[in-house]
Ligand binder design. Sequence first.
Ligand code: PDD
Length: 281
Amino acid sequence: RTVYVNGEYLPEADAKISIFDRGFLMADGVYEVTSVLGGKLIDFEGHALRLQRSLSELDMVEPLGRDELLEIHRELVRLNAIEDGMIYLQVTRGSAGDRDFVFPDPETTRPTVVLFTQDKPGMADTPVAKVGIKVISIDDIRWGRRDIKTVQLLYPSMGKMMAKAAGADDAWMVEDGQVTEGTSNNAYIVKGNKIITRELSSDILHGITRAAVLRFAREAQMEVEERSFTIDEAKQADEAFVTSASTFVMPVVEIDGAKIGTGAPGTVAPRLREIYLDESR
Ligand code: PDD
């Protein structure tokens, strides 16, 4: 695999980062995941804009312009012959050559930029989407700026492990009795003809897929309500689903062992998945 590190395209085995990189020592970095379908980047614009926002919220300098970023994404797709898959991008505050809590001087420290591809042939046609996934609920104990896409992913990672141990696929996180989001996706329920998902705030990541799916839903005359909901309400819903760059729209058929609706994907989530895939490809 060919990867990109700080201006160079290299075989992955030759890519090097300093052990003093603040991404490594302090999780002082942000990331984006953009999917590729049929060799085409999905929602690149949204991911580039959110990256810009994450960087600015953390007082990090933007290492590359939008056009350069797009060029690198395209070049990696080409070099690795990616039909379907993902591009992972990470920008860290870089290394000041020592460990220090204080941010290094942005004039003398350059951010570290890393991109690599993940090949996922046929990812849009995954059989999982036909049966849906099971989730458990866990406490949301993450920090208060979940709108910044930082690489602090230990708790989400632990959440996936808790789900796995419970025989489920993922976890929905709950704070003050309300669902915030999934470990790596936004969470939704459907009641009647209404799609309900938590409103945007610093409590959740502002999903790029979320924005697109809600726009398509409204265009298709579906009703959308942006508000928080409880696990109890979710268990009583007709359908549930999640969205993310890596899963698109994925039906959720069970929450904490309780079947949602019939326990099989309903009509709304599969329809949104189809619309999303059709419109973005
Ligand atoms: N995760 N919420 C969280 C906590 C996420 O980590 C993600 C994305 C989303 C969905 O955002 P988007 O639609 O922009 O992908 C919501 C990525 C895919 C990941 O960590 O792999």
